[in-house]
Design a binder for this molecule. Structure first.
Ligand code: SAM
Length: 230
């Protein structure tokens, strides 16, 4: 990724290595032990590519970073909110992140460490297989982000896009190949999931192998064009 390609993301040197960082929406507060660094008048949070697959994708050359100020994002598989918190920094106070996580113990941390301090994060304690149960999501979203490590995750992501993603909206999906089929090569699993997306009105823009940050994981960046079929 080239310097200046995204207005919100900085590259800041930590111990001689350039790391990505997001402007801290809650000054003085970190979420998962990440470093806070001052640059000019602003505080930034270092974005750890070994803890967040979206930062790993940036490191591995994600060309079109689809998170902008004021965006509405539907995030499936929020866990304790590591990546959600950086997306929250980037959409800012005029944006919203609907963060879906069904595991109650994990969701408690998401609420305590992230949603209670960030007004733009709306936790939804539900299974992403049931988008009809999210009562707090309103209108269409700009981006669906899916990182749920289930064998049927591509179908789950498609179902959520049909329900909530705007026409020409972007979906980012993390494919954990070993959750889908341990007997197939990771390359074949990604190709199989890409075919499913193409048959459901997605155009694949980029596929990124997340190794060495996450072994056997890929990120797919796709545009949703349902036309009248939504
Ligand atoms: N995206 C997170 C991050 O970067 O900080 C890490 C996500 S972790 C790999 C996968 C999460 O998906 C787990 O917290 C798990 O509970 C959640 N998950 C599993 N099945 C799910 C489902 N059916 N609907 C929504 N979330 C699910």
């Amino acid at each position: 990724m080239v310097e200046g390609f995204h207005s919100q993301i900085r590259q800041i040197k930590v111990n001689g290595i350039r790391e990505f960082a997001t402007p801290n929406l809650v000054e003085g507060s970190n979420v998962y032990g990440e470093k806070l660094v001052k640059s000019g008048d602003e505080e930034f949070r270092i974005w750890d590519p070994f803890r967040s697959k979206l930062a790993a994708a940036l490191k591995k050359g994600l060309r079109d970073f689809p998170v902008n100020p004021s965006d509405k994002i539907l995030y499936l598989g929020a866990s304790t909110g590591t990546t959600v918190s950086h997306i929250s920094d980037l959409v800012g106070n005029k944006g919203l992140v609907f963060a879906v996580e069904p595991a109650v113990r994990v969701a408690r941390e998401l609420i305590e460490n992230v949603a209670s301090r960030r007004k733009n994060v709306i936790p939804i304690i539900e299974d992403a297989r049931r988008p009809d149960s999210y009562f707090s999501v309103f209108g269409d979203v700009d981006l669906v982000y899916c990182d749920i490590a289930q064998s049927d995750q591509t179908d789950i992501a498609i179902k959520n896009c049909k329900a909530f993603l705007k026409n020409k909206g972007i979906m980012l999906i993390i494919i954990k190949t070993r959750s889908i089929d341990v007997t197939m090569s990771p390359y074949s699993v990604v190709a199989m999931e890409s075919e499913k997306l193409k048959k459901s009105n997605f155009h694949i823009n980029q596929t990124i192998n997340l190794d060495p940050f996450d072994k056997d994981h890929a990120l797919i960046h796709a545009t949703y064009s349902p036309g009248n079929g939504k």
